[in-house]
Design a protein around this ligand. Structure first.
Ligand SMILES: [Zn+2]
Ligand SMILES: [Zn+2]
Length: 139
């Protein structure tokens, strides 16, 4: 059992809460079952007045991480576009140059959508797999 943060609504409002699930893989199914059971009780108790719940989504802090940019150069570098620092996300190994101050922008991190060999990011896992098979002969 583990707790997962989810967004839920009823006919009045929308809120976040933590629900117990067996694993991340079964999370959606488990949450739906919890809500079905809740709604059955609620209907028995309040009939037409029941405030039925509806599952909206699993929240990003448990499922979708954000790149954790770490600076990888000791000294500021320079190329034809100017001075930059290079950052790498240890989760997906994507690298980014950042010109000027501050870290690269906050974006969602999907390790299975990045080709480490050529540092490209894809819109989804399938495109990434296809790319790796075609260009790097990785199956
Ligand atoms: Zn990342
Ligand atoms: Zn590649």
């Amino acid at each position: 059992m583990q707790l997962i943060r989810v967004k839920i609504k009823n006919n009045i409002n929308e809120w976040e809460e933590e629900l117990p699930v067996r694993s991340l893989a079964t999370a959606k199914e488990d949450i739906k079952n919890i809500i079905i059971k809740y709604n059955e009780k609620e209907k028995k108790r309040y009939g037409d007045e029941a405030r039925l719940r509806e599952f909206i989504q699993i929240l990003s802090n448990t499922k979708q991480k954000i790149h954790d940019w770490q600076k990888i150069n000791n000294f500021t570098q320079k190329d034809r576009n100017g001075y930059y620092d290079e950052y790498e996300c240890p989760s997906c190994h994507l690298k980014k140059k950042r010109y000027g101050l501050g870290k690269p922008s906050r974006e969602k991190c999907y390790p299975d959508r990045v080709c480490i060999i050529c540092n490209k990011q894809f819109a989804n896992k399938i495109n990434c797999e296809k790319h790796k098979t075609k260009y790097h002969k990785i199956i």
